[in-house]
Design a protein around this ligand. Sequence first.
Ligand code: ARG
Ligand code: ZN
Length: 849
Amino acid sequence: MRTDTPQTIYLADYTPPAFLVDAVHLTFRLDPNATRVISRIEFRPNPDATSQDFMLHGEHLKLIWAKVDGQDVQTNLTGDSLKLDVPNAPFIWEAEVEISPATNTALEGLYMSRGMYCTQCEAEGFRKITYYPDRPDVMAVFTVRIEGNLPVLLSNGNAVAQGEGWAEWHDPWPKPAYLFALVAGDLIAKSDTFTTRSGRQVDLNLYVRPGDEHKCDFGLDALKRSMVWDENFYNAEYDLDIFNIVAVDDFNMGAMENKGLNIFNSAAVLASPETSTDANYERIEAIIAHEYFHNWTGNRITCRDWFQLCLKEGLTVFRDQQFTADERSAAVARINDVMALRGRQFREDNGPLAHPVRPESFVEINNFYTATVYEKGAELIRMLKTLVGDQDYYKALDLYFRRHDGQACTIEDWLKVFEDTTGRDLTQFKRWYSQAGTPRLKVSEAFENGAYTLTFRQNTPPTPGQEAKQPVVIPIAVGLLNPDGGEVVETQVLEMTEAEQSFSFDGLGAKPIPSILRGFSAPVILETDGIGDNAAFLLAHDTDPFNKWESGRALARRTLIDMITKGAAPDQAFLDALLAVLRDDSLDPAFRALVMRLPTQDELAQTLFDMGHTPDPMAIYQALETLRQTMAQHMQDALPRIYAAMHVGGSYSPDAEAAGKRALGNTVLSLISLTDGGAQAQKQYDSADNMTQQLAAFGCLLNIDQSDTATQSFYHQWKADRLVIDKWFGLQISYAAPAKAAEITEHLTQHPDFDWKNPNRFRSTLGALTGNAAGFHHPSGAGYDLVADWLIRLDPVNPQTTARMCTAFETWRRYDTDRQAKMKAALQRIADKPNLSRDVTEMMARILN
Ligand code: ARG
Ligand code: ZN
């Protein structure tokens, strides 16, 4: 609970730690309400220090005693830190503290989740476990003893000894405290082994609650594939004899890369065909890979301070994206990544929460685990790779791993490795790390004497605290097609560095059709008004799958915008083009399913706002409904054949090919159900033997409002499975009609299974409401009020999850004065709550600013 005004921390104020730590010994005597933590920490003065002040972080700790070199000391406790006069020489700090995991509902530090002990220390949770210099540039070797009457007692590194009611662990790799982990509980391991390229035998264990053993195979398989992949592409081998993963039901985020002991939200690791969808499988695979890849990019090489978070997160997201592209379809993976980037990061970058990939200040670091740090951070790595080429990229990564192994690094270190490898000057590229906002890229064309010229102009709009922007380096991948659809110039990367810059292609017989920003080669908003209308042509002919999809998206967006702003009817040419793609059996079904997907309500709202309109969420919703209905009729004759052709026989497999067929089949089913009263969906629902098919059919039934029986039967079938019941909560709200969404949500919050302190359940309910754009923004304001009520209630219990969901309000300035007033009032109500957490205080200040 906050007692003073939250402090802002600045990157510019960084100073090295006064003391370093060589070794840490921890003993845990576990008890739900009175766990004792005894620490023995070997400190020595840091030769590079600029001050001699000894300071330890500590929050919500009851100090029992403390000693320096064996002598009792009186400590000076002020708020969240402890200061002490110590010798300017190596010394040993020992202390005993008491903490209460059972009442730790914030899920940070040591807490309990349904009877099991677990930890989450990133970013600054270790200080809730014991007094420590809780900063990532202090790296130490940890030895941990756990005492407790539970069958499984785990910590980082290798198991060194154990007996009845105790276990000892030793992690030989120096690590920052945020990578510490402890788990204790009545758990069962599903095990496997992996032999690294150099012959190390690694025991792999996935620990779950009794009853979840059948949901482990896929996670273990994804882990092994990740381990092979990292050896093949990055020469990165695993470095301990054991790799443990634990599934936890109460978790604020997806997962955590603690050294040798990854802790996962159970939703991000447990999978079975009956209970998990194809999308779940794909996400699990990506998160397993992500956390595993952190072993090198994050753990072996960590961050000097939390401003450098993108150093590990941007790079690790990029690596997990590469992995997914490699294991599945590269084209489909790229489209999915860009949809996610636009949906979350562009939205953030164009609102009050915009911040650079490397922020320069924060109040609460947990508020900066954002799409900008993660997803835009990954785009910066991708651009670097595009600019220097594959070969130099992997050379630079080799150098990074060799030069910085065991260190806590900065973005400067990272860029220097590329400069040293390639001889390039990356000064201008570095602006991508310091400048917030999404660049707009306008293009125009000229054709004369066989020379085709593209002229680009870049401009980044102001963001909070950053009025003036400078030009950034933009790699623009371009290919040229001739008017019959053949490719005349294969993909080339144009390197734009100026505010305005032209590029020419000579010796062309006819004016070509350009395909610009292939593969989405830079995270910018491309404005093609200056080059005429090529979207339908490119949808039919582009050889670049991303731009082929992008062209379909552009057509859909334009049709919808015309429907909304001019009352136009759905464009026939668009419908025909879409039908042609749908019918084209030479195209990957997963790709076709993506082309059939319409822009989201939020994307349309942002587009309208950028065009100078005030978006009306109800009009957007109506236009999408009308367009879907029109598609269903226009395509009606083609649908049954495609639906049948997408049938996947045999037992369920989550592989990309089968999943792609199901994706297209279910897209088609959703259209069929708009004209057949739900008969086909009901049939699929009744015969489904996997969750992908069952949930898709359930969604169709909810959508056409024939849902009561399905809602009941689904609940009764799955009431024992928390992860499936999360879906049950979420789907009813996602498909609720705008006028009923808040009411349905409110009703569901009264359901006995609405365990609001569980982040997954809270998100699947209130988060689903914020994701139902027309429902959340319904003119009654009921959506805003309900979400605000719940955020106010959750904040004292779990500030992190509360603060994340505050982003639902980040777009408030887009809307009409009435909605603005209602959203602002809801925000003000949150901001005025006494004793608001530091997390939410900062979010309110930034959103309302
Ligand atoms: N490092 C984790 C990951 O990206 C995320 C942990 C974030 N935790 C937090 N409390 N902000 O895999
Ligand atoms: Zn990560």
